[in-house]
Ligand binder design. Structure first.
Ligand SMILES: C[S@@+](CC[C@H](N)C(=O)[O-])C[C@H]1O[C@@H](n2cnc3c(N)ncnc32)[C@H](O)[C@@H]1O
Length: 290
């Protein structure tokens, strides 16, 4: 997640993701701090100097957790929520619809809890830049603290701004814009001035189809082309080993045979609708080409 790559050893003030069968927990390694569990205490000081990926035993030696290096995917599952957030299935589709690659410059609003921002920063590193905006000052402060703590401050500029009223303070520069706002159609008319000359992409996430309808109208009126709508429904398949009993039909006896087989079945519960992703392209003529 760090703009300079992965560290090998845990140091003071690092963000570490502790993982066990019950889930993930993110901590900032501090002197004198600890994590309590039913079967003992994990001292932060025990983690210092250990390799990322180490098994950390509790003080009673009864239970352990893996100490993992943060990645955008682990951070999304363990970050402190200030808002609703985007999860990895939507994030992966957003990244590809925006056509992000290392070096892309991107505008995003709102920053919210920074879940998507971390994934964008990792994708556009080491030479791209993310300009992310939220009109909630406290959220901007918290997001900036986290970007700094995660070594992303060179890749991300996070500012307090009402983008629906003022648009983005970046002109002729970015090739991708992402919106996760209650009223994206208000910011869409501001977007073309932020795009660099040539081909650019926009994606907007909205839970309700009425928001999509208004955004589609705004996209058409602002000169966007290739407008498409997507819904990301990710179905996980569960692979497990099970025993089945088969009747031996070729014999007169009722002898049955037990076999171990691998079964692949969809999980019984699956995340359903989260939102719609509206995507479009914009082509900006270079004045010299006219
Ligand atoms: C659902 S959250 C975004 C979550 C983010 N995508 C994530 O994955 O963590 C929406 C954010 O948009 C911000 N917002 C709403 N209207 C805004 C506006 N006009 N200008 C800037 N930010 C705005 C809110 O303060 C909120 O933090």
């Amino acid at each position: 997640m760090n703009s300079k790559g992965y560290k090998s050893k845990i140091k003071l003030n690092d963000t570490v993701i502790l993982s066990d069968q019950d889930g993930l927990q993110s901590i900032t390694v501090q002197p004198g701090e600890s994590v309590q569990s039913r079967n003992g205490v994990f001292l932060h000081s025990d983690m210092l100097g250990k390799e990322y990926g180490s098994k950390m035993w509790s003080n009673k030696g009864k239970t352990y957790r893996w100490a993992l290096h943060p990645t955008p995917e682990l951070w999304t599952l363990s970050l402190p929520h200030r808002t609703q957030i985007l999860y990895t299935p939507n994030i992966s589709l957003i990244t590809s619809l925006l056509e992000l690659i290392p070096g892309t410059s991107v505008c995003e609003s709102g920053t919210g809890s920074g879940s998507l921002s971390h994934a964008i920063a990792r994708t556009i590193a080491p030479t791209g830049h993310l300009y992310t905006y939220d009109f909630h000052a406290e959220r901007v402060q918290q997001a900036n603290d986290e970007f700094t703590a995660h070594g992303l401050s060179e890749l991300v500029t996070c500012q307090c701004r009402d983008v629906c009223r003022e648009g983005f303070n970046v002109e002729n520069y970015v090739t991708a814009i992402f919106l996760d706002l209650p009223n994206p159609w208000e910011v869409i008319p501001h977007c073309p001035k932020s795009f660099s000359p040539g081909y650019s992409r926009i994606v907007s996430f909205s839970p309700c189809v009425e928001q999509i309808q208004k955004s589609c109208i705004a996209l058409r009126e602002s000169g966007f082309i290739d407008i498409q709508m997507h819904e990301c429904l990710s179905q996980q398949l569960q692979v497990s080993s099970c025993r089945i009993t088969e009747a031996r039909l070729d014999e007169s006896t009722d002898k049955r045979e037990e076999r171990h087989v691998l079964s692949v079945v969809p999980r019984l519960c699956m995340p359903s609708h989260t939102g719609y992703l509206l995507s479009a392209s914009y082509i900006k003529c270079n004045v010299h080409d006219l």
